[in-house]
Design a protein around this ligand. Structure first.
Ligand code: ZN
Length: 305
């Protein structure tokens, strides 16, 4: 290859590079400026519920954390397939006290997963005994196995705060704890007492009629504020005993309506078609999930399962 040819190749390369650059630049130079996008809702938020009690919301999930001078009691990591760092950052924005505990509300992975960074900071993990057994049996990739278990009741006292971990029996799972702060009259319990909502889809892992008994027990406890595992309509983050009473009434109304259909020899499809519960029709997930809730109760009344 002679020198002239080299020069020709070099010139061609420079020319094509300039063309490529121009092509890259052209759209940005010729397009009108993009309209300002509507701001996305923040994926996380920290809300103060009492002097020492906070809610950390992570998109559609929420956890309670309690801040004391001697350390923090955190609950569910809620970090399935996403980093736990925003939760840890949210706690450390409130206090530099160490995170002493992570307590699982129940075994379900969308609430329990992602705790390893808390473990790396030295937190002790606590759950109901059945949650530990389920986690050990299924070995989910990103769920820390609890260090300590609760049978019926355990009391944690830290830095002047008392937290009761109560197991009231089976409801939305066989491992659900009711975490009660007796002084603050707050409870945190997940997935079975929504703020205005029917039960999720086909009520997987839910025990009938135990869940109704559980609601009676939780209503009988002394508390005023409910922190659920998911915000309610309009992003509402806390509820009251009325939400527990409403949920019990809903399940009782649903149960007796389905029982009647089964007694008349109706099919699943008939029951779904026949039953409407107008008292609860304003709840946002009523239309989507009522048919599946009906099928769950149909199995109970038709086959005892
Ligand atoms: Zn659950």
């Amino acid at each position: 290859m002679n020198r002239l040819h080299y020069a020709g190749v070099a010139a061609a390369l420079i020319a094509s590079a300039l063309v490529a650059q121009a092509q890259q630049q052209t759209p940005a130079q010729t397009l009108p400026p993009a309209p300002a996008a509507a701001p996305a809702p923040p994926p996380t938020a920290t809300t103060k519920v009492a002097d020492n009690v906070y809610i950390f919301r992570y998109v559609g999930h929420q956890s309670m954390f309690i801040v004391t001078p001697a350390g923090v009691i955190a609950t569910d990591p809620i970090s399935l397939r996403r980093p736990a760092k925003p939760y840890i950052d949210a706690i450390q924005a409130v206090t530099k006290a160490p995170i002493k505990y992570v307590i699982y509300s129940h075994s379900h992975f969308d609430h329990s997963a992602g705790g390893q960074p808390f473990k790396d900071l030295g937190a002790t993990f606590v759950a109901q005994r059945n949650a530990k057994a389920r986690i050990q049996a299924l070995k989910p990739a990103d769920v820390v196995v609890p260090d300590q278990v609760v049978d019926d009741k355990k009391v944690i006292t830290l830095g002047g705060t008392t937290l009761e971990l109560l197991y009231l029996g089976k409801n939305h799972s066989d491992s659900t704890l009711v975490m009660r702060l007796p002084k603050e009259k707050i409870i945190f319990t997940v997935d079975w007492i929504p703020i205005q909502g029917v039960q999720f889809r086909e009520m997987a892992d839910t025990y009938i009629p135990d869940i109704e008994d559980g609601l009676k027990k939780v209503i009988a406890l002394d508390w005023e504020t409910l922190i659920p595992g998911h915000p309610g309509p309009g992003g509402k983050q806390t509820g009251t005993k009325d939400n527990a009473r409403d949920q019990l009434a809903y399940l009782q109304d649903l149960s007796s309506a389905v029982k009647q259909e089964v007694a008349q020899g109706k099919s699943y499809d008939d029951a779904v078609k026949d039953i409407s519960l107008p008292k609860y029709a304003a709840w946002p997930n009523y239309k989507a999930f009522l048919p599946m809730n009906i099928e769950r109760y149909y199995d109970f009344w038709n086959r005892g399962i």
